[in-house]
Ligand binder design. Structure first.
Ligand code: NAD
Ligand code: ZN
Length: 351
């Protein structure tokens, strides 16, 4: 499995823990700080800690699991621990976890002493195929996601699909939605591969291709001026559904479950507005239907959903901007959708 070269850093897929050890040994770092959460501390840290033990210069910083930890209070705690441990500018942060840990760890490292080196060891499928590639770091503030952050590239990313074996099935499905998205926007053959595979534990080949697609898109558009918007497929409506669910449900949708629903709605808009063939709309709907439970939507929820979309930074003048598909494997950015069109797509999904 080939190493993927991002603009300034390698993404390893094979012997990743050994590659991490090699990287650290070459790097001449003063100390190593591993950031984990409770779960990755239990399931993923032991192998890494053992592999680095001979260097005798590792400290562990563990935070609570979950999005609730992704904020400035936790950053403050981590910065203070770095100071207490005497971390200097030659220290390395090793972020071992899902997107919460890779986003927050990247942010803490990119600001501590004006920036120390960090590497990512993504341990959820979502973090592997999405969060750990592209250089976005950050935390939430006052309920606004990722509002504080930087664009800073890691020095390397170490992927190991073995870590996914302890991941709950809902977390696999969450990352899978981004993989399906990667196929839908640029690679029909990859979408077909995904459709025909056992997706309960995606293979390293499937993860590799997904990372390759995300990497190609972000390399071309590192600061989100154009083609990177292709990655927004499913996210305009999906993000609204995710936010709504977070505010109203006891057991809210995961990010991937919400954007899966968003992709079905946006495929409908694609068929209505820019000529996605109807048989491809049916194909997309049926793939998502088989994999994801259907979220219950009713008309009474539409105004709240529209309001969330209209407040989204991607949109202007009450109209709503979507990335759509002309075919499976061909995206189209900046399609303006009216509130009525959006409601029709929600009705299609709910039917
Ligand atoms: P997460 O980090 O909260 O991980 C999900 C859960 O899985 C957590 O409870 C975690 O402890 C647990 N976990 C992690 N690895 C495990 C393992 N190997 N075995 C068992 N349990 C494990 O969430 P996530 O879904 O990985 O990521 C979501 C975050 O990623 C969000 O904050 C989102 O904003 C961010 N994100 C960032 C980007 C980006 O470009 N930077 C892109 C997408 C998402
Ligand atoms: Zn996403």
């Amino acid at each position: 499995m080939q190493t993927i070269q991002s603009d300034s850093y390698p993404i390893f897929f094979e012997n990743s823990i050994q590659e991490l050890v090699n990287f650290v040994e070459r790097g001449n770092y003063s100390r190593l700080f591993i950031l984990t959460d409770e779960n990755t501390g239990e399931f993923c840290l032991p192998a890494i800690q053992t592999a680095l033990a001979h260097l005798d210069k590792t400290d562990i910083i563990e935070v609570n699991a979950g999005e609730e930890s992704k904020n400035l209070d936790f950053c403050m705690g981590i910065w203070k621990m770095l100071i207490d441990f005497g971390a200097d500018r030659k220290a390395l942060m090793i972020n071992v976890g899902g997107g919460v840990i890779t986003d927050m760890g990247g942010f803490v490292a990119s600001t501590y002493k004006r920036g120390i080196d960090f590497v990512q060891v993504p341990t959820t499928l979502l973090a592997q195929v999405d969060a750990s590639v592209g250089g976005k770091t950050g935390v939430d503030l006052d309920g606004v996601k990722n509002i504080i952050g930087t664009f800073t590239q890691p020095k390397a990313v170490f992927m190991d699909v073995e870590f996914l074996k302890t991941l709950p099935p809902r977390q696999i499905l969450s990352g899978l939605a981004e993989m399906l998205k990667h196929g839908l926007i640029v690679d029909r053959a990859y979408w077909d591969d995904l459709k025909n595979s056992d997706l309960s534990l995606p293979s390293v080949e499937l993860v590799h291709r997904s990372v390759e697609i995300k990497n190609e898109v972000v390399i071309e558009d590192p600061h989100e001026k154009g083609i990177r918007k292709a990655l927004n497929l499913g996210h305009t409506i999906g993000h609204a559904i995710e936010t709504y669910s977070l505010l109203n449900d006891d057991n809210p949708l995961t990010h991937g479950e919400a954007i899966a629903a968003g992709m079905v709605c946006e495929a409908y808009l694609s068929a209505q507005k820019i000529g996605l063939p109807n048989e491809e709309l049916r194909e997309i709907s049926s793939v998502f239907d088989k994999l994801y439970p259907r979220y219950t939507l009713n008309e009474a929820m539409f105004p709240a959903l529209l309001e969330i979309m209209q407040n989204d930074k991607k949109n202007e003048n009450g109209n709503i901007n979507c990335t759509l598909l002309t075919r499976i494997g061909q995206y189209s950015i900046d399609n303006v959708c009216t509130p009525d069109e959006i409601c029709d797509s929600l009705r299609y999904y709910a039917a």
